[in-house]
Design a protein around this ligand. Structure first.
Ligand SMILES: Cc1cc2nc3c(=O)[nH]c(=O)nc-3n(C[C@H](O)[C@H](O)[C@H](O)COP(=O)(O)OP(=O)(O)OC[C@H]3O[C@@H](n4cnc5c(N)ncnc54)[C@H](O)[C@@H]3O)c2cc1C
Length: 397
């Protein structure tokens, strides 16, 4: 191959999202070398707006590995969320119900920026704008990754490959079809999300179940509000001019006690479809999948980014143990360990989604069940505690 360059590393990491970057940093702290190979350019991944809620365990991990300084300065620590239905708002005191744990509102793109800065400071390689990434010899003890970078063909020779390339990546397709199973569910609705240059109208998140559909009031900073309304998955964005978005948000979020939603200039607008998906197992030969590459949740439970980071932590520990002792037990058990947390989060995300969204065919029985469940949560400390401990992050022994 003309211009062929071959590099040797210990772990090749495909994808510079939360999973890949966290894994790279954890490995570095164990003295393990890696190369991170990312399809997009740095500015693109640092601007990509996605999740924004960090569980307590994610916050604790970032502090412990030295990437939490800006998060601690700029992140917004929340001790509660609100559930709203039948025009009334009810606060769930997360911290009180979960033994002192909290959530931190801090955008995924900020997490990515902090992790890229930490990566660059280590001097270890991160290759942006990699094209035609392909995986080879994953069932041997010398896997290889090939790609093109700046017009030059490169090959990485490594011990292990971490597929952290998200739900549209290539890593999972390197696993033979008869070696895995996918469990999936799609939902008949989507989220239209806006980012608005206006301070949040309340200092905590509001999850609203309304006859017109679900709505969520969230925020990114004290000056920027993030809002979502349930829409149809095939709605064209043009059907949602700003005035219609604000009108729906007002109708779904306003309460009978006179609270009102502040509007402001819309900075971004997009539609996110919703699905649940889990691939089992999350490993094959020397390939280990982490994050959205292996599983997807609907965003209602705010679990996607947290799960990706939790996978990276389990994988980082397993890889370190293998290099340190030669014992493969943690690596062999990687998928099994992760899937316990993944399925808990899948259930919670499906449950929150089912409880809060309006089913398009207007199933009245289903709506009555939703209201009964919501009333139970706000009326019973046991039910509210279950929601709280899942929302802040349920730690599996
Ligand atoms: C539009 C959108 C909105 C979301 N909103 C929320 C939310 O509000 N709350 C929530 O909890 N979760 C949300 N999520 C989910 C959450 O963002 C993901 O769970 C999280 O990004 C997973 O991290 P990851 O590192 O596994 O994957 P990703 O963040 O997807 O990172 C994968 C990386 O791999 C790169 N890549 C892809 N293919 C290749 C390739 N062939 N070669 C090299 N690199 C490649 C990608 O460019 C990307 O940088 C949202 C997701 C989307 C798409």
């Amino acid at each position: 191959m003309a211009g062929h360059g071959s590099t040797r590393t210990q772990v090749a990491i495909i994808g510079a999202g939360p999973a890949g970057l966290t894994l790279g940093h954890l490995l570095h702290r164990h003295g393990i070398d890696s190369v991170i190979i990312e399809r997009r350019d740095r500015a693109y991944v640092e601007r990509r707006l996605r999740a924004g809620v960090l569980e307590q365990g994610t916050v604790d991990l970032f502090r412990a590995i030295g990437v939490g300084d800006r998060m601690d300065r700029e992140g917004l620590v929340h001790h509660g969320i609100h559930l709203q239905f039948e025009g009334e708002r009810h606060r769930i005191p997360l911290t009180e119900l979960s033994g002192g744990r909290a959530i931190t509102v801090y955008g995924q793109h900020e997490v990515v920026k902090d992790l890229i800065a930490a990566r660059l400071a280590t001097g270890r390689e991160i290759c942006f704008e990699a094209e035609d990434v392909s995986l080879h010899a994953l069932d041997s003890d010398r896997p290889r990754v090939r790609f093109r970078s700046g017009g030059v063909a490169r090959e990485i020779d490594c011990d292990l490959v971490a597929g952290c390339d998200g739900s549209h990546g290539i890593a999972r397709s390197a696993i033979p079809g008869d070696a895995y199973r996918v469990f999936e569910r799609t939902y008949p609705f989507a989220w239209l999300g806006i980012l608005a240059a206006v301070p949040p109208s309340l200092d905590e998140l509001i999850y609203a179940c309304h006859d017109r559909g679900f709505a969520l009031h969230s925020m990114r900073t004290p000056a920027i509000t993030r809002l979502y309304v349930q829409c149809a998955p095939n709605d064209p964005l043009d059907d949602w001019p700003d005035e219609r978005v604000w009108a729906e948000l007002r109708a779904r979020l306003e309460t009978t006690d006179g609270w009102s939603l502040e509007a402001g200039p819309v900075l971004e607008k997009g539609i996110t479809t919703m699905r649940s998906s889990v691939m089992e197992p999350m490993q094959w030969g020397r390939l280990f999948l982490a994050g959205d590459a292996a599983h997807v949740v609907p965003p209602t439970g705010a679990k996607g980014m947290n799960l990706a980071i939790a996978d990276a932590r389990v994988l980082g520990d397993a890889v370190a143990e293998w290099y340190r002792t030669g014992d493969r037990a943690l690596l062999d058990g990687y998928s099994r360990t992760c899937l316990r947390r993944v399925w808990r989060a899948e259930h919670f995300s499906w449950w929150m989604t089912s409880m809060l969204h309006r089913v398009p065919d207007g199933d009245a029985f289903h709506h009555k069940l939703q209201l009964a469940q919501l009333r139970y949560i706000v009326g019973s400390r046991a039910a509210a505690t279950s929601l709280a401990e899942n929302y802040v992050g349920y730690d599996h022994a």
